[in-house]
Structure formats: structure tokens, C-alpha cells
Unconditional design. Sequence first.
Length: 211
Amino acid sequence: MRKKKKTYLSRKILIVILIILSFLFLILRVFQNQHSQKQSISSISPTYSPISPTKTKSYLKKWETYESKRFGFRFHNPSEYVLETTYEEVRPERGEVQLFDRETYQAIQDESLDRGGIPRIIISAYKNDQHLTAAEWVRTHDPYIEESYSERWVAGQKAITYTVQVIGGRGSTIVLTKEGYDYIVELSTINPNTKMSQDFETLLSTFKLPE
């Protein structure tokens, strides 16, 4: 009987050890995948020098204009970006368009990169049936604010701006409210010196709400 008990206990201990090892291996794989994705993103996100204000007008000549037929907002965006409008009409309470650089977007399509944490610009519109102010929207919808929000002028009116922690870095978010909708312009990036970060600021200077 003692031998059987010892054998049983030995098997039980072995099973526990195998479970722990499997769990540790899974954690290691997740860490390796995140590290590999950060390296992949960094490799396709070179840094750029800031665009001077005097060059902004000539730079914008290379941009295209997009106007949402559903929500009425419009903005200029670089022609070398991919503008994805798949989710603009899907949900009755909100819609969004997204901007990716072509290399990143192709990597997503090839499934060599996951969308999570990928540098992109997102412009969303939410129905504001409760008539929340921009500040009230932030407190209600985004609990992951890193610091207190501030105000800035966007599209001819005061907007709320704040940063959030995203995979591999920080993201910038701008919130505006007009005529029953909250408009959210977001940038998710791992490096504030990327071309996309600079294009985000230029895009904001062209962003217009419906008349």
C-alpha cells in the first residue's frame, strides 16, 4: 500500500511540475511574440525631422481629402497611406475610418503583424444621445488616461486632448463634440518622432466638422 501511495504521489507531483513548466513556456512564448512584434513595428517606423510651418502648405498639396458621407467630417491625409473605411457603416451607434502606412497595412493583410498596438490614425464618431460634453465623454469612455487632460483648438473649437498607454508606447487622443455626435481622433504609435506622429498633427490642422 505504501509503495502504491508513493507512486501515486510521485505521479501527482510530476503532473503538477509539467503543468507549471507548460505555463512558464506559454508565458515565454507570449513575451517573445510581443518583443518580436515591437521589433517589426520599429523596423517599419523610421524617424523623421519635423516639418516646418513654411513647408506645410506645399506638403499638403500631396495629400488627399476625405469626407465621410455618414458623419460629415472631413480631413486631408497623405496619399501614401491606406485609408480603411470598412468600419464606417457597420455599427448603428458609431463608425470609424483608419489610416495605415502601406507597409504596415500589407503586413497586417499578410498576417505577419497583428492589429493590436500597430501605429495608425483612427477617426471615429459616436452618437451622443446623452448630450455629453467632450470632458464628460472622456470620463465615461476612457478610464486608461495617463494624466489629466487638457484643452486645445481643433476644427475651430475647443477640444479635449490626453494621452493613453498603448502596446509599446503612448497614444494621443482628441475629443470634440457637435450636433449629437462625439468625434474622436486618435493616434497609436510607439515613437513620437515618426512621420505618422507628425502627419497626425498636420491632419488635425485640416480636420473639419460638419457645417
